[in-house]
Design a protein around this ligand. Structure first.
Ligand SMILES: Nc1ncnc2c1ncn2[C@@H]1O[C@H](COP(=O)(O)OP(=O)(O)OP(=O)(O)O)[C@@H](O)[C@H]1O
Ligand SMILES: [Mg+2]
Length: 345
């Protein structure tokens, strides 16, 4: 009997959620969450001379800035980038033992370009996973399914602000449908990293030039609007001797500017445009909490600060709520959908 059961179980599809972002790819299965950087580096096997790939966190560890992030706004922009994404995902699904016998829901950003969407779809079709079924949803929307209400969010109308590495996306959702969305590449986690690098350069009068990966690591480690700690770094400069500077000050300024920019984007652009297009949805959204997801929402105190700036811009009291681990929320939402599909099969 027990054997029969095992056989039966092994034919049941495995539910999987995959979020593909420009910076982070997240896989969620019943075993947990796996996060890695969406990057790849081509290397030559020193013995055979064959082309090989090192991917994700391992590639960063070995090659630092010298790796290829193949996506912009969560999508490949050319056949070449699509090929790299395919190589990356093939390695990833193998590494995490995702079987062919799986149901996979993909979390992807919204985008206008059909070319980019088709490139991504082609890559997904070539992966040896999701043979029981696969589907694609907007990742900002899926982030909302990560709240304890789960699928109940499908009946609701709400706004999601998604703070990514290469883009900021705002979407208005009504009963699972994206009523209106806006994406900008002008406000992003990456641009904060570039500003941090410049601040450090200015602060040290050009003596300290860090790479972008280091700037991002500083941000991820020290950016904190709740408990602001003084962080001092000392470098030994040629001829000038020991020189100390405040990293925290070089981080806080770009982060605060970023929050102002996000608030402007939501209050001055998204909401007025939404009100013009669909006043009823606009009114419903203004009565509810705004949802904040994406990696930059991990910065302690950022949500509270954004809430205060938005209240100021809008002249009305709004609240922001953040799901647990906002950087991986969309992948958990995607997993929820796959699980539901498998259970209903
Ligand atoms: N703990 C953290 N503290 C501060 N910043 C963080 C933290 N974790 C991630 N980030 C920042 O969040 C950004 C990445 O967010 P996310 O993983 O949502 O991006 P993505 O979805 O891969 O990119 P995109 O949406 O542009 O395709 C990066 O700028 C990263 O440095
Ligand atoms: Mg994203």
């Amino acid at each position: 009997m027990a054997e029969d059961k095992e056989v039966e179980n092994s034919t049941v599809a495995i539910p999987v959620g995959i979020k593909i972002g420009s910076q982070h790819t997240v896989i969620v299965t019943s075993d947990g969450e796996f996060v890695t950087h969406t990057c790849i580096r081509e290397v030559e096997n020193p013995i055979t001379g064959e082309k090989e790939y090192v991917i994700g966190d391992e590639a960063i560890e070995l090659f630092g800035d010298d790796v290829n992030y193949m996506l912009r706004g969560g999508f490949p922009g050319s056949e070449e980038e699509a090929e790299l994404l395919k190589a990356f995902l093939l390695r990833l699904v193998k590494e995490y033992d995702i079987p062919e016998n799986s149901y996979v829901t993909y979390a992807v950003p919204s985008i206008e370009s059909e070319v980019c969407v088709n490139l991504l779809k082609k890559v997904i079709a070539q992966l040896p996973v999701g043979w029981v079924g696969k589907e694609m949803w907007n990742d900002s929307f899926l982030g909302a399914l990560a709240f304890p209400e789960g699928m109940e969010m499908l009946n609701k109308t709400f706004l999601v602000i998604n703070l990514g590495s290469s883009t900021t996306e705002v979407v208005a959702v009504r009963r699972g449908e994206i009523v209106y969305s806006l994406v900008t590449g002008a406000i992003s986690g990456d641009s904060v990293d570039r500003k941090i690098r410049n601040e450090i350069q200015n602060e040290t009068r050009g003596a300290v030039n860090i790479d972008i990966t280091t700037a991002r690591e500083f941000k991820e480690r020290y950016a904190n609007l709740k408990n602001w700690e003084k962080v001092q770094e000392t470098v030994h400069l040629f001829e000038k001797g020991k020189y100390s500077f405040r990293i925290d000050e070089c981080i806080i300024k770009p982060v605060n500017e970023y929050i102002e920019d996000v608030a402007d984007f939501v209050a001055m652009q998204f909401l007025p445009e939404l009100a013009e297009r669909n006043f009823s949805v606009y009114r419903q959204i203004m009565k509810r909490d705004f949802i904040l997801i994406g990696g930059m929402a991990e910065i302690p105190g950022l949500a509270e600060k954004l809430e205060a700036v938005l209240r100021d811009r809008l002249g009305v009291g709004i609240s922001i709520k953040v799901p647990e681990k906002p950087s991986t929320a969309s992948a958990r939402g995607a997993y929820t959908i796959s699980k539901l599909r498998v259970e209903n099969k």
